[in-house]
Design a binder for this molecule. Structure first.
Ligand SMILES: [Zn+2]
Length: 300
């Protein structure tokens, strides 16, 4: 049954990880496919992933009208950008999203503009975004459960990375789809994901506490693949250290670009991140942490 043509891996019985070659690089971004009746996706990838997702469904012998749900962890384009385009090919599917994200999916113009600001020269790699009609959206409540094949998938409010972030939990199997709430896990290295415009440290830490309380057996990262639940507490430590470092260095830096260089240099020297890895994402995470610190200062 394992397809040869696509980078599809069965990470748990009935749960497949499709590598969508995000930003043209393997092992950076994925879409999970839950087989069964009905079937579902967790994440949609960018719009550039559409043909690959449809091909993977075909290889898994999941017909297009069997997909009932596209569960989004949040509305950033690398997770939700492809949802509108996929809906045009999946006639029975609804997109499930946090209440705070729904209106941006119906009218993505502000969302797309904010991503363009955040990712700058990398914007073309994020594809486009089709608006999603209201009758194809389902706004998930915290704790709401969805039957999918043999699974029961529960929505969990998980703010911090963004206020519109949900994690998805397959209760019986204790599989936790983490989105970006537990950062990035690339090639066995845990990295911060504290991007603009709305990363919040305190919310992130309380979300991590909540996720630890679920006692998951396996974390399923969108970026990228399965990881041990011990990464939850490691990420809490990493986040604190990361934001402290940004806070310390921003006092001596005269511009944001200088701050990015200083933080990435210090982090590499101290072994927090391996040199040369995912630098675009990390630069964004420096900016997001700095924006959070500026907001926190403004509020006191
Ligand atoms: Zn992401």
């Amino acid at each position: 049954m394992r397809p040869q043509s696509l980078p599809l891996t069965e990470v748990h019985r009935g749960v497949w990880l499709l590598d969508v070659d995000q930003f043209g690089v393997p092992g950076q971004g994925g879409v999970y496919i839950l087989s069964g009746e009905p079937a579902a996706l967790v994440e949609a990838g960018t719009s550039l992933a559409r043909e690959r997702v449809l091909a993977a469904l075909g290889d898994l012998r999941i017909t297009r009208d069997e997909v009932a749900w596209i569960f989004l962890t949040h509305i950033h384009l690398d997770h939700a950008g492809g949802a509108g385009g996929l809906l045009q090919e999946l006639p029975a599917a609804k997109v499930v999203v946090h209440a705070r994200g729904a209106r941006h999916l119906m009218d993505p113009s502000r969302l797309v503009a904010s991503v363009r600001d955040a990712v700058r020269e990398r914007f073309p790699l994020y594809g486009t975004m089709e608006p999603i009609p209201a009758d194809h959206l389902h706004v998930a409540c915290d704790g709401e459960a969805f039957p999918v094949g043999g699974f029961k998938i529960r929505a969990l409010d998980a703010p911090g990375h963004a206020p519109h972030h949900l994690c998805w939990f397959a209760e019986g199997e204790r599989l936790l789809f983490t989105g970006d709430a537990v950062g990035l896990y690339l090639g066995g290295v845990l990295l911060p994901s504290t991007v603009p415009p709305s990363f919040d440290l305190d919310l992130s830490l309380s979300t991590l506490d909540r996720l630890m309380g679920l006692h998951p057996e396996t974390l399923l990262f969108t970026h990228f693949g399965p990881g041990s639940p011990t990464l939850l507490s490691r990420y809490a430590e990493l986040l604190r250290a990361w934001v402290e470092r940004v806070d310390r260095l921003r006092r001596t830096c005269r511009s944001e670009d200088e701050l990015v260089t200083a933080v990435l240099g210090a982090a590499a020297r101290e072994g927090l991140v391996p040199p040369g890895l995912a630098c675009g994402d990390l630069a964004m995470s420096v900016r997001g942490a700095a924006a959070y610190l500026a907001r926190r200062e403004g509020a006191t």
